[in-house]
Design a protein around this ligand. Structure first.
Ligand SMILES: [Zn+2]
Length: 462
């Protein structure tokens, strides 16, 4: 076990080098001591923002024109499986969404500049600073204000996507009433869960000393576990109805598969995903022995029992190959690292001034918001690594499905899902390598078909 006190001593040793810390947030960490001027940091920020936007737009343009070029005919590998109108619908859907994404990315980048260098954050910091109740409540008010403003700014995009793009391609089943009810429930949940969590984090940043980032991290990890536990029983039922999977051939096959793979689950459920969209899916929720398996009604309506079985076998593969655990551990390490960096930046005047806000080391909420506003700009170019890791897991899960169910059934299921979701079969290779969490259809199916003819394709009980 780590000795927190000793670590505390190591850190507090630095304090002697800075005899007059303004608040308990001192000592001044190394990053803060760097001689970066606010002006230089502004340039670094603008350069990273510009680079991110240029790469986003360039990839999107490549993707849209690649898909458009391949629109006239179904790729040979799918010629017998997918009809030309379905292929062209997928191309049109992809192009429309990609172009819309370009507008949104540009708008977001512009808003980020307006928020930071444009003085909106500075004005909000000054305004919340005049509110009664002390710095903690002022910081909380700042978080709420920024959350409401950025939520309001993204609302038109979400509306357009649901009621124009999704509707145009026949996917939307959302009504205005349901949309408003969802919005109200979402805001209520954010207030009930997010506000106490944020308040606790802000309080720790203020009182927990130089190691606050470890405490906040521990709270964050605890919160994630709490969410995993309460999501299936408390939160998900607020938005959807869950009913037990009815008896029948699909259920029989699924139960046999679970027994074969020795997977304990606390129930098989059908979710009324068709209330909002005709896109289909299947997922696990909860953890430990309380895991539930949930199928969208849209998926069950479309796939044959052997196909449902193979899709579930793929999802089981993610568990059996410990992908969920590995991802959770990775996220744990990444969030710890991010909080540590935030702790360093919080004491650096150039960090605030470079982003258009007067240094406010006595208001941790300011640093917290600036950090999460600016962070994506500096991490965007890491996206391909995360995508690569995810695609690697998809291949492993497919291999598991091929071993424990049927590769052929999974191929049939995938082709149906690609067709129903109007997912393009011809993504731009570079765009796909950068963003896609799942391998391109052609590569994925070719691999499955190769494994399907192998003699190891019979169910294995390992
Ligand atoms: Zn998967």
């Amino acid at each position: 076990m780590l000795n927190w006190r000793r670590i505390g001593r190591i850190f507090s040793h630095r304090r002697s080098a800075n005899p007059a810390p303004r608040t308990r947030l001192a000592p001044i960490p190394p990053i803060a001591r760097t001689r970066l001027t606010p002006h230089a940091f502004t340039l670094v920020f603008l350069f990273a923002l510009g680079l991110t936007l240029v790469v986003q737009l360039w990839l999107a343009r490549r993707h849209a024109s690649h898909v458009a070029r391949n629109r006239p005919s179904v790729p040979p590998a799918f010629a017998e499986r997918i009809a030309l109108p379905a292929h062209q619908k997928a191309a049109d859907y992809t192009i429309v969404r990609t172009r819309f994404g370009m507008i949104e990315a540009t708008f977001d980048a512009a808003m980020l500049v307006v928020f930071t260098l444009g003085g909106v954050m500075a004005a909000l910091v000054a305004w919340t600073g005049t509110l009664p109740g002390g710095p903690l409540l002022q910081d909380l008010a700042l978080v709420v204000a920024v959350g409401l403003i950025s939520g309001a700014l993204s609302l038109p995009f979400s509306l357009y996507r649901t009621f124009v793009i999704e509707a145009r391609f026949g996917f939307n089943r959302m009504t205005w009433k349901l949309w408003l009810v969802d919005l109200a429930k979402g805001m209520l949940l954010a207030a009930l869960l997010g506000l106490p969590l944020t308040a606790l984090a802000l309080w720790l940043m203020r009182v927990a000393g130089p190691l606050w980032w470890l405490w906040v991290w521990a709270v964050w990890v605890g919160f994630q576990f709490l969410m995993l536990a309460i999501y299936p029983i408390v939160i998900a039922p607020l938005f959807n109805k869950f009913s037990p999977l009815p008896d029948g051939p699909a259920r029989e096959r699924i139960e046999a598969l679970l027994a074969r793979c020795r997977f304990a689950a606390r129930g098989l459920f059908v979710m009324d995903g068709s209330r909002r969209s005709s896109h289909g899916n299947a997922f696990f929720t909860g953890f430990g022995r309380g895991r539930r398996i949930v199928f969208f009604d849209t998926l069950l309506a479309r796939l044959a029992p052997d196909e449902v079985e193979s899709v579930l076998a793929h999802e089981l593969g993610h568990f059996k190959r410990r992908h969920v655990l590995k991802r959770a551990l990775l996220m744990g390490v990444v969030s710890l690292l991010m909080l540590w960096v935030l702790a360093q930046l919080m004491a650096a005047p150039w960090f605030y001034e470079g982003l258009g806000v007067p240094p406010s080391p006595d208001r941790p909420g300011v640093a917290l918001i600036l950090f999460f506003l600016a962070l994506p700009v500096f991490t965007f170019l890491l996206a391909p690594l995360s995508s690569l890791y995810s695609r690697h897991h998809e291949f492993e899960a497919d291999a598991f499905a091929a071993q424990n169910a049927s590769a052929t059934s999974l191929v049939h299921a995938l082709v149906k899902l690609y067709e129903d979701n109007a997912a393009t079969l011809t993504p731009d290779p570079l765009h796909s390598a950068f963003y896609d969490s799942h391998p391109p259809a052609a590569i994925r199916i070719a691999r499955l078909e190769a494994s399907g003819v192998a003699p190891t394709a019979q169910p294995a009980a390992v």
